[in-house]
Design a protein around this ligand. Structure first.
Ligand SMILES: [Zn+2]
Length: 311
């Protein structure tokens, strides 16, 4: 039965600053409660539990920079298996359907349009009248890019899940190497992606190379401030040890982006609403100085090479 146990690898250095000074905040076995129950409740093509129940998970914090992450992650071959067998297309769709209410769909559509309008405005100077060239890294089924296309953007999507690529609304490739070789982007977006990557800093650095100077980067990731263990369903949703292997706070998100050569910027306020009260509320926030909120949903720009630094 030995081959039935999933193989894990250990990330012994901080995923952001590279330090080996890591403190374990929490840990246990995948088969221990309450994690077993949380895993069991999720939709799966094939349940991962028989392969991982005796394996350990360890949630650590870097004492040098404060970044938190799961130290033990699935070895590449098992991660492929996770994408192809455990997270089948029907399991992914079942999972998405869970939160799929009319109100949720409307809010998501509105968010997409807001991002489109901000990106169009923020990239005008560097485009000189050309259409926006955008890359959505970890694009899922391509919902956001489908909206971008309607606004005339030139769109590229990357997703490593075969189920998402096949079921996608736009053309989606599996990796950076599959993009047109000379393509350089005005904007790159990662919505709920950075928390999933084995090597997030290297990924951001690769994306930095694909972007035009002054290009816009949008990062959205769960805010894991004050999450130190997996005791509740809410903890599990934030730091699911198979899936959300990296955890960010506003500060650690800013730091990893800066290490990769991006600087945080304030995004312009856009109003996508038929509700005048909503406009007023947003404008009040603007004048109250909440333009630059401390969240894990942030806009950045590619810094000129000489301005890059390691904060
Ligand atoms: Zn660190």
């Amino acid at each position: 039965m030995e081959e039935q146990r999933a193989a894990f690898v250990e990330r012994r250095h901080c995923i952001s600053c590279g330090s080996n000074r890591l403190d374990e905040l929490a840990g246990g076995r995948f088969g221990d409660e309450p994690l077993r129950t949380f895993l069991d409740r999720d939709p799966w093509g094939t349940s991962p539990l028989p392969y991982i129940e005796s394996e350990r998970w360890a949630y650590v914090r870097c004492t040098a920079c404060g970044q938190t992450f799961h130290k033990r992650v699935l070895a590449p071959a098992w991660n492929e298996r996770r994408f192809s067998e455990w997270m089948s297309e029907s399991a992914i769709r079942q999972f998405s359907a869970h939160a799929d209410t009319p109100a949720h769909r409307f809010a998501k559509g509105r968010d997409h349009v807001q991002h489109v309008l901000r990106i169009e405005k923020m990239t005008r100077a560097l485009r000189g009248g050309q259409e926006v060239r955008i890359l959505d890294f970890g694009c899922g089924f391509g919902d956001f890019l489908a909206v971008c296309e309607r606004f005339g953007f030139v769109c590229c999507g990357i997703d490593r899940s075969p189920a998402r690529r096949q079921g996608g609304q736009v053309h989606i490739v599996s990796d950076i190497e599959d993009l047109p070789a000379s393509m350089r982007f005005h904007a790159i977006t990662l919505f709920e992606v950075l928390e999933h990557l084995d090597a997030p800093l290297a990924a951001l650095q690769s994306l930095h190379a694909l972007m035009l100077p002054d290009g816009v980067l949008v990062l959205e990731t769960p805010d894991c401030s004050n999450v130190t263990d997996i005791r509740t369903e809410r903890d599990y949703r934030k730091i699911h040890p198979l899936d959300h292997i990296n955890a960010y706070t506003p500060e650690t998100l800013r730091r990893i982006a800066m290490r990769a050569g991006f600087c945080p910027v304030a995004a312009p306020i856009v109003h996508v609403t038929g509700d005048a009260l909503r406009v007023v509320k947003t404008e009040i926030k603007r004048f109250a100085g909440a333009l630059f909120p401390s969240t894990t949903q942030r806009y950045f720009r590619k810094m000129p090479a000489e301005a890059s630094s390691s904060p």
